[in-house]
Design a protein around this ligand. Sequence first.
Ligand code: 4NP
Length: 155
Amino acid sequence: MIKILFICLGNICRSPMAEFVMKDMVEKKGIQHLFYIASAATSSEEIGNPVHHGTRNKLKQYGISTAGKHAIQLKKADYENYDFLIGMEERNLANMRRITGGDPDNKMYRLLDFSNHPRDIADPWFTGNFDLTYTDIVEGCEALLSYLKIAKMIL
Ligand code: 4NP
């Protein structure tokens, strides 16, 4: 079982989008049994809140539901419980390392570090551009699945 935790600042826009896009991708490939996928925030700002309507509306276009998801905060213990802790931007990584006390096992990445063009995913909470968030996240999740294949963690 490959355990993946997607992380952003608020856990209402980008990381839940990554969580549900990745769940949809692995279900469509019939490999969902190989994964445990979740998402969390570095900040406490939005804890308990549902997914932002911008993310919900975007995913609805592709028939993906985020029902039941509420924002949770990254905990120190998550570091042991997950194989990959994947942030959306460099600033997330700094906050993730602060919460977990570091990354001695090299489990932390930015989602687009797996792509051919490593870069941050801009925060749509500030930009309002959920279309760009979606294309970036699809690119990142596809690249992550390719990486897992190359690493022979999945077939
Ligand atoms: P996210 O977006 O990190 O992609 O979930 C944000 C959501 C909430 C806030 C900032 C970013 N906020 O400051 O409350």
